[in-house]
Design a binder for this molecule. Structure first.
Ligand code: NI
Length: 255
């Protein structure tokens, strides 16, 4: 069974047909799904879904886009959510210098605060990094953010960066973009990542893999990411599923 380590079934895109989406995931061999928060309401919704469905887990956190609206009260609220059952990580947190929807200094401060919060609760973190590779590396080194593990979600950095992150205690998660025709650099990195450090995800509803590119993504399609990487690494899909699911359970402390 596969583990979609980064989904957003907490997004309103799925409110209408959550049950159907979960059935399709099951049929596609996806046994577990981590729904990742990006603000307080979506974090609460991820917890709610985890309570309703045995296959689902939750991460809670504030996305860099929303860093600008974070106050002390936000952290108090996050702390409450971190104590809920089936919360397996703090995320998604990080830096987004592509859209720059919050001032960069505020993004960095909120990223650091949430790293420390995760460490207090001995939880791994799920990192969003868009066009901010240098500052992400600097901050995770300075804050010793890998102490309880973590994930570079939808990895988009270089092989050099991947190596440093793995050394710091992080796993590397790959999503739909690795299946895109123009993604040679990412495919070369996928080939090099040791199996023990590899995770799979959809980041749904965004970034659907081939052959669904451009459509709404959903957890069932993590099977396409898995097939593509198994082919790339010239290995059995079953074996890739077994290893990456076991990795996810280690990161999220589910066994
Ligand atoms: Ni995401």
């Amino acid at each position: 069974m596969l583990f979609d380590t980064h989904a957003h079934l907490n997004d309103e895109a799925f409110t209408e047909e959550l049950e159907k989406v979960l059935v399709r995931a099951q049929e596609a061999g996806v046994g577990s799904i981590a729904n990742i928060g990006y603000d307080l309401p979506s974090s609460r919704r991820a917890i709610e879904i985890a309570k309703l469905y045995s296959s689902c887990y939750a991460a809670v956190g504030i996305h860099p886009h929303d860093a600008k609206s974070v106050t002390d009260k936000t952290y108090d609220e996050l702390e409450k959510l971190l104590q809920e059952p089936k919360v397996v990580a703090v995320g998604e947190i990080g830096l987004d210098y592509y859209r720059d929807l919050s001032p960069r200094d505020k993004q960095q401060a909120v990223f650091r605060e949430q790293i420390q919060l995760a460490k207090e609760y001995k939880l791994p973190i799920t990192i969003h990094d868009r066009d901010a590779h240098g500052d992400i590396l600097e901050i995770i080194k300075e804050e010793q953010a890998g102490e309880y593990g973590g994930i570079l979600h939808c990895f988009s950095g270089s092989w050099e960066m991947a190596k440093v992150c793995m050394k710091l205690g992080f796993h590397i998660s790959l999503a739909g973009p690795v299946t895109f025709k123009n993604a040679r650099k990412l495919q070369e990195i996928a080939l090099k990542i040791p199996l023990d450090f590899l995770l799979l995800e959809t980041d749904c509803p965004y970034l659907a893999p081939e052959p669904y590119r451009g459509k709404r993504n959903e957890p069932a399609y993590v099977a396409e990411v898995a097939k593509f990487i198994a082919d790339l690494k010239n290995m059995e899909l079953k074996e890739l599923a077994r290893i990456t699911t076991s990795n996810a359970k280690i990161v999220f402390r589910l066994e």
